[in-house]
Structure formats: C-alpha cells, structure tokens
Design a protein around this ligand. Structure first.
Ligand code: B16
Ligand code: MG
Length: 222
C-alpha cells in the first residue's frame, strides 16, 4: 500500500475527552434524576451528541420532545465546553505528537475524522490545529459513524483515494466506518472490542511510521 493519508479520530485517540463528556452528562443526569455510571458512559464513545442524549434518556426511561432535547443537549454542551476550555497540550496522549510530526515530515497527509462539533476548539486548546491538512468534524458530516462519510470526506477533500488511507479509531462504530470507507482500520485500545480492525495497538507510545509500515506490509501479503 502506498500510504498517502492518515486519518485520526479525536476522543480516545488524540486526547481522552471521554472523561469530560462523562462529567457533563453525569451532571445533567443528576439534575434529571437519572443514575448514570462510568460503564454507561462507554456506550457514548464515538456516538453523536443527540444520540448520546437518546441513550441517557433510554437509561433513565424518560421521553422528551425534540425541543426539550435540544435544550438538554445544549446544557450538557455548555458544561462540557467549560471543561475543554481548561485543556492544554499536556493532555495530548503519549506518542501522538511525534507520530504526527513524523508523518508530516515524510509527506503523509494528516486529517481529523471526529464526530465532535467541538473538535476545532479542542485542537486549538491543545495547539494541534496546525498539524492537520483537513479537519472533518460533527459540523461537516450529516451521517454519523458507522457511516463512512466522515472518513470519505477527509480523503476527498485532500484528493486522496481510500486505498491510500489509514484510519486510527478507538470506537467500534469508527472502525466499522473506516472499513466501509474501504480504508485500513487501526484500532487504538482493546483488541477484543476492536477485533474488526485490520490491526489494534494500545496507543502511540511505541508506534511510529516504521511500525505502521510493517503493519501495512503484512496486509499486503495477505
Ligand atoms: P460533541 P470522537 C465523539 O468524539 C465522542 O467520542 C463522543 O462521546 C461524543 O458524543 C461525540 O464526539 C460528539 O461530541 O458533543 O463535542 O459534538 O471520538 O468522534 O472524536
Ligand atoms: Mg473516539
């Protein structure tokens, strides 16, 4: 495979914003009399804001109008934004920065493929915006992962064909989206949860371009 593009998910791959999503959803849940645990929060990873709210309401057995749901999601987002506005570059997960620099240094394009509508704000806070040739976030796509739109759009914005692209994802729905986009999917996290991916790594602490190329080489011989 001739590697031309690496697409990164944001939450769970570049930073751990799931902890801030949890705090904000938990605050909303408490206000609404819903019991919401860390385990419940796992179900929200990689899922859009409105879909996350639907899951929370399902857990609490509550039904609300669309207008009420907009108000609730906005409330949660206001709290979430307060957390992310406190973030800085120290929250970038280990190994991410050198890997991005290495890719760029070798002429591989770098894109973001995130469901978050706050993705640009987060990248700005952690001083990473300048590393991305394209940023595709929840404001640009109409179909959430596992639909391949978010990754397909990243590749098409940069005029790169999917067979030259690799996606790094921590969520099952994201891995499925990458596969449906006909890209190489590298899972970041638990090998069992992400078994559908072409390959799974625990993180970027011991993963650079040489390791990526040997994974791609393996795929070529299958
Ligand atoms: P927002 P990713 C996702 O980010 C999160 O994993 C998910 O928990 C969140 O609900 C979603 O972004 C939307 O975020 O409320 O900021 O628009 O993993 O796709 O980078
Ligand atoms: Mg994610």
């Amino acid at each position: 495979m001739d590697l031309q593009l690496a697409i990164f998910d944001l939450d769970g791959v570049i930073v751990d914003t799931a902890k801030y999503h949890f705090l904000a959803w938990k605050r909303l849940a408490e206000e609404m009399g819903i019991e919401f645990t860390k385990q419940d929060n796992e179900r929200l990873k990689g899922v859009s804001r409105m879909r996350s709210l639907d899951i929370l309401l399902e857990i609490g057995g509550q039904v609300h109008t669309e207008a009420d749901k907009e108000v609730l999601a906005d409330k949660k987002n206001t709290w979430y934004v307060e957390y992310i506005d406190q973030m800085d570059a120290s929250e970038i997960l280990p190994g991410v920065l050198p890997f991005l620099a290495e890719l760029r240094g070798k002429g591989v394009k770098v894109a973001l493929g995130s469901a978050s509508k706050n993705a640009r704000r987060i990248l700005d806070r952690i001083n990473l915006t300048g590393y991305f040739d394209a940023i595709v976030d929840g404001n640009l796509v109409s179909k959430a992962k596992p639909d391949p739109e978010v990754f397909a759009l990243g590749a098409s914005l940069l005029n790169i064909r999917p067979e030259h692209a690799v996606v790094f994802e921590d969520a099952q729905a994201g891995v499925e989206a990458a596969l449906r986009a006909e890209m190489i999917a590298i899972g970041v996290g638990d090998p069992q949860t992400l078994a559908a991916a072409h390959h799974v790594i625990p993180g970027f602490a011991r993963f650079g371009l040489a390791e990526l190329e040997s994974v791609l080489e393996e795929k070529r011989t299958i």
